[in-house]
Ligand binder design. Structure first.
Ligand code: PLP
Length: 470
């Protein structure tokens, strides 16, 4: 399988080439040149498979030319009961007669990002082993991505993580989750700036190609294709374990920020998984809801981005969205390039509302937005009706899902985090604390290890170089 850029001006690449890359050289994003298509009989055969075996079937075409055995080993090591809490790996939890949570937050950091990141940890280590090579992962986080990356890479041979976070701006739980790691290969760098400032530093370091090559720096941010691919698997598992027979209709609602998670649902459907409708849920930062309602994509500025009680969805622009637009436009790379390179730069937005392709895409999708009051009310209602406590992001999903229920079609809502991670909002909603998984108890009391740094590219480079050489 070759990968092509959404802007059409980058050389074709293989899975290994793009594993550690962010943008393609032409500024676009890599996608497989086509989506493998699975027939109904194949899906039926996949229905009883254990998670790792299912993942093998789904991912095999994407990772070529990786040997089948290497892929299988990496998946069997990743998707274990020890890491994800049960042999099922995912959890299907009904909250009423029509809505079921697709629980993908059973991993070590209590959010769905573990599902992909844990696999990357095994994959990288496996790739480095024969050569004894080294890899330095540089990233910025506002909370969930950084901890998922650190828990996936902690203690792995040949790998270091340099994770930038905005000093004093994460929740106490998120801060403790990251900063309480003491493995020498994990470097928590608390930057005296907001998240966007952290991301700018990462971009500045990555733009220095000589530095990047010299210190073998890679990234695993939200546009990383391997992360999207790994997330495709849980839509297969969720569907195949929910329906009586393959072909039965099922809708799915995805709480969305950077469009990564719902892109994975789109890919699963393109591969032949009979998901009927994909419903996208946003919080007050409703860039994507606006697009699906009107066809207008209008990224916001940092100042226009709201700080909400579902903070992992507080985005100003959706970094994976270009992949979806490329597909929507029938993979017209020239059009995609014009929209993202020229129209966005010139006008700050583009409008696909009059496109027949947009109308077609709308038939298989829906969207809605939630806000703080809706979020709290939804957490309270679900708790009172079913005894289940849901996290604020999942609550946005449930609230929007309820606006889009149709007779005879069950709905999955992706549970993107466990409530323990956002307990202040849970207390505000229902006046009590959510239960904490055993491993997360007493987290805030543990000693924390991090360095504080000014937003200074040279200081960051010096820090990285000195810790790589050591
Ligand atoms: C990352 C995250 C999201 C948003 O996912 P995208 O792939 O960026 O759309 C939603 N909820 C939680 C809890 C997250 O950590």
């Amino acid at each position: 399988m070759d990968y092509v850029s959404t802007r059409g001006a980058s050389p074709r690449a293989r899975f290994d080439d793009i594993l550690l890359e962010g943008l393609a050289p032409d500024g676009g994003l890599y996608l497989p040149e086509h989506y493998p298509r699975l027939q109904r009989e194949q899906l039926q055969r996949m229905q009883p498979l254990a998670y790792a075996e299912l993942a093998f079937e789904v991912l095999r075409p994407f990772v070529e030319p990786m040997p089948a055995q290497a892929l299988r080993d990496s998946l069997r090591r990743t998707y274990t009961a020890a890491t994800f809490g049960s042999d099922a790996i995912i959890r299907l939890q009904p909250i009423d007669s029509r809505l079921t949570l697709l629980g993908v937050s059973q991993g070590p950091t209590l959010a769905f990002k573990d599902m992909a990141m844990q696999w990357l940890g095994h994959l990288f280590e496996q790739a480095l082993e024969p050569s004894g090579g080294e890899l330095n992962i540089l990233g910025a986080t506002s909370g969930d991505t950084g901890s998922a990356a650190e828990y996936a890479m902690r203690g792995r041979r040949g790998i270091r993580v340099f994770m930038l976070s905005p000093f004093g701006r994460m929740s106490p739980f998120q801060t403790a989750q990251m900063y309480s790691l003491h493995e020498p290969n994990i470097h928590n760098i608390a930057v005296q700036d907001v998240f966007d400032g952290c991301q700018d530093l990462v971009k500045a370091v990555s733009a220095d190609l000589e530095f990047k090559r010299r210190w073998r720096i890679g990234s695993i941010n939200s546009i990383n294709w391997a992360r999207v691919a790994a997330q495709v698997v849980y839509y297969f598992a969720g569907y195949l374990r929910s329906v009586r027979s393959v072909g039965d209709p099922l809708d799915v609602t995805v709480p969305s920020g950077n469009f990564g998670n719902i892109l994975a649902a789109h890919v699963a459907r393109e591969m032949g998984l009979p998901l009927r409708r994909l419903v996208l849920a946003t919080n007050e930062n409703d860039v994507l809801d606006e697009f699906l309602r009107s066809g207008v994509y209008r990224p916001r500025s940092t100042e226009q981005t709201h700080h909400t009680s579902s903070p992992s969805m507080d985005i100003s622009k959706a970094s994976n969205f270009e992949r979806f637009v490329f597909d929507l436009l029938g993979r017209d790379a020239e059009r995609t390039r014009r929209l993202f390179e020229q129209e966005l730069a010139r006008k700050g937005c583009f409008d696909l509302g009059a496109e027949p392709a947009f109308a077609r895409a709308r038939q298989g999708m829906a969207s809605g937005r939630s806000d703080h009051a809706t979020r709290l009310r939804t957490i309270r209602e679900v708790w009172e009706q079913s005894g289940v406590i849901i996290d604020p992001h999942t609550a946005d999903g449930v609230a929007v899902a309820r606006q889009h229920l149709e007779p005879g079609v069950p709905m999955l809502v992706v549970e993107t985090a466990l409530p323990a991670k956002f307990d202040a909002t849970i207390r505000e909603a229902i006046g009590r604390d959510p239960e904490r998984p055993q491993a997360a108890r007493g987290l805030e009391a543990k000693a924390q290890r991090f360095v504080v740094m000014n937003p200074d590219v040279d200081a960051l480079k010096a820090y990285i170089a000195s810790h790589c050489a050591a």
